[in-house]
Design a protein around this ligand. Structure first.
Ligand code: ZN
Length: 142
């Protein structure tokens, strides 16, 4: 089921009033009110990004690989960036939580990338490290 971006944009506009690092176009909207074109553009971009991400995660799940890492971008907002570097399992297995919905907020474009055995070995990480440092998604956390 597609997400109700209109409702999410309303919810995040309110939520970003309490957050320090507010992404565009929310920062402008909070100062000046929503421009209908900017708002429609944000909803369309968020939906395109959500469906592309869902397709990628479906492929990953089909391949049988469930371990992923949340990679934030430098301009991710204060809510989304708290999950930067956290590990998840697509099915919530191996002691890891399930990943957040992507995108978490309509403005950020973080990614979930597979944590391959090769990567983990070269970074000196084992599953226990990932479990210890994982940040479970909490929709109310700021
Ligand atoms: Zn965000």
């Amino acid at each position: 089921m597609p997400r109700d971006w209109d409702a999410e944009i309303d919810r995040w506009t309110e939520r970003f009033r309490q957050v320090e690092s507010v992404p565009e176009p929310f920062a402008t909207a909070i100062r000046e009110g929503w421009d209908p074109i900017a708002r429609a553009g944000l909803a369309a971009d968020a939906e395109a990004y959500a469906s592309a991400t869902a397709g990628f995660l479906d492929q990953l799940a089909t391949s049988g690989w469930g371990l992923v890492r949340f990679d934030a971008r430098p301009d991710d907002c204060g809510v989304c960036s708290r999950y930067a570097g956290s590990a998840y399992h697509l099915d919530g297995e191996d002691g890891l939580p399930e990943p957040p919905p992507l995108p978490i907020c309509p403005a950020c474009r973080h990614t979930l990338n597979p944590l391959t055995p090769y990567f983990m070995q070269s970074a000196g990480l084992d599953l226990e490290d990932l479990v210890d440092t994982s940040v479970p998604f909490d929709d109310d956390a700021v």
